[in-house]
Design a protein around this ligand. Structure first.
Ligand SMILES: [Cu+2]
Length: 504
């Protein structure tokens, strides 16, 4: 079975260019010949499956981390230079996977080997080949969980998500990193919940899937826009290691620039069917208007069938915690109210952000579109979790928290995403600690901690401005089947800030 195919689109393009430019045909055909990355469920039945297992086995056995044929060499590239939570998350990983795939080909001796992907939107349970704990199985690594159904969302594929890059309104790159990318790392846990995650073989199938979803989004039309090749956005180079670099502009189009494409390049349109609810789990509880329904995890609920009763997400109870004062954080950031020392454990909780009258007035002048903008030096609002650290057994993962602002006391789950500002778990904390280490981020106010920032959408800013004396922040816990209890994360301060930055 060979998968070196010439696509019709690629062939026609090549043929017309040939006629137009009268260049040697072989060269053009070589450029339009692309390799197809397969879904694991297809890949596992090809002869390449053996090459993949053999290649990974050889690389894991090679313990010389300075040798590019070793497993640790590739983990160290990720550890030393991956951008998480900053620009080029998608493009950097596209080039990283491309070079890793070439290395796998070289080590396995199979020139047509391609990286397969794990489509968890179709099969949320990790493929069994990766979970067999035999010491002779090179695809296995200890993990907290193997089912990622609670990590999934359709939010990045909504028709309103038309910008690719961080910094523009509603950016695809930020949304897909936030969910499903980060929660998949967190729920699987153990090594996957850290920047050492490429040590786990499932990492490569997870990131091939994220890359595939980006490809699908790029081709979906509907006004979805990637910066054009001549944009300054693509200027520059990713340096992965010594003599291993890629021009950013080469990562725009997989088929024509990197000569690969995916078996399925369409965006998911539904979530996997709901599974049997876990009784007594520590996750958030969904109430139903009908009696007798079991509580279900939020992500397990697909679109509600017409005529069915709405399924409700209840806002977690408000914890009474000490308030933090309004104060100037820097020349362009003002804290308008917050709370101190939030312990995050197996339960969900909400906190109330207390604003004094002066801060409330300023917030209203800044964020309300009805108010004159000139009356405030600030332009946007954000939630900052400061002095965040892992505590207890939190570093093993298996869990994460959705963050909501001003969640109503109960809301239909399909409406809850309007209040969501992001998520936090051990992977986000480890990635932020790495940015501090790389001096890309100053870190948290307390030494050895991190700070996480969540920009508010225009809609949420309006909502907050409408009632600035009554702002709640909810941490909604999502636990995999295996997840640590007790305090796992400590947030030193959660606060609302006004900033001079452009609104999202
Ligand atoms: Cu990742």
């Amino acid at each position: 079975m060979h998968r070196r195919v010439v696509t019709r689109r690629g062939f026609l393009k090549g043929a017309s260019a040939l006629l137009a430019a009268a260049l040697p045909g072989q060269h053009l055909l070589a450029q339009s010949t692309a390799m197809r990355r397969l879904d694991w469920n297809t890949f596992r039945n090809t002869r390449d499956y053996g090459s993949l297992v053999d290649g990974i086995s050889r690389m894991r056995e090679n313990t010389n981390a300075s040798d590019k044929r070793s497993w640790a060499y590739w983990t160290n590239i990720h550890l030393n230079s991956c951008p998480h939570g900053i620009a080029y998350f998608l493009a950097w990983h596209r080039g990283y996977l491309y070079y890793f795939e070439q290395q796998l080909r070289a080590v396995s001796g199979n020139k047509s080997l391609v990286l397969p992907y794990w489509d968890y939107y179709t099969t949320p349970e990790m493929p069994g080949e990766f979970t067999n704990p035999s010491p002779f199985n090179p695809l296995y690594l200890a993990r907290q969980n193997t089912n990622v159904i609670d990590a999934l969302t359709l939010a990045p594929f909504a028709s309103t998500v038309t910008n690719m890059q961080r910094g523009l309104a509603n950016p695809f790159e930020v949304l897909i990193e936030d969910q499903p990318h980060n929660p998949v790392h967190n729920i699987i846990g153990t090594t996957m919940a850290t920047l050492q995650s490429p040590t786990d073989p499932i990492f490569w199938l997870h990131h091939a899937n994220i890359d595939r979803l980006w490809s699908a989004w790029q081709q979906a039309g509907g006004g979805r826009t990637t910066p054009p090749a001549d944009s300054t956005y693509w200027a520059g180079t990713f340096t992965y290691a010594n003599r291993l670099a890629m021009q950013r502009s080469r990562t725009i189009d997989t088929r024509n620039q990197l000569s690969y494409y995916y078996q399925n390049e369409t965006m998911p349109t539904s979530l996997p069917a709901a599974q049997v609810a876990q009784a007594g789990d520590g996750g958030f509880v969904l109430a139903s208007m009908r009696q007798g329904d079991s509580p279900l995890q939020l992500a397990q609920l697909g679109p509600r069938p017409s005529g069915a009763a709405p399924r409700l997400l209840l806002r977690p109870a408000i914890a009474e915690l000490a308030a933090s004062p309004s104060r100037q954080i820097s020349g362009n950031r003002l804290a308008v109210g917050g709370v101190l020392r939030i312990p995050l454990n197996e339960n969900s909780l909400s906190v109330q952000l207390q604003l004094d009258q002066t801060s409330a007035d300023l917030l209203q002048r800044t964020l309300s579109t009805a108010a004159p903008q000139a009356a405030s030096p600030y332009r946007s609002a954000r939630v900052v979790l400061d002095s965040v650290r892992i505590s207890g057994s939190g570093d093993i993962g298996g869990y994460f928290y959705h963050l909501y602002l001003n969640l109503p006391s109960s809301t239909d789950v399909s409406s809850a995403t309007a209040y969501r500002i992001g998520s936090v778990g051990p992977f986000e904390i480890d990635a932020a600690a790495h940015r501090v280490h790389m001096r890309q981020d100053p870190g948290g106010s307390e030494p050895g901690t991190v700070a996480l920032t969540f920009a508010l959408s225009r809609q949420l800013s309006e909502l907050v401005a409408a009632d600035p004396r009554n702002i709640t922040l909810s941490f909604v816990r999502v636990s995999g089947n295996s997840a640590p209890g007790g305090e796992v994360i400590r947030v030193g301060e959660a606060r609302l800030e006004l900033s001079t930055d452009t609104p999202q």
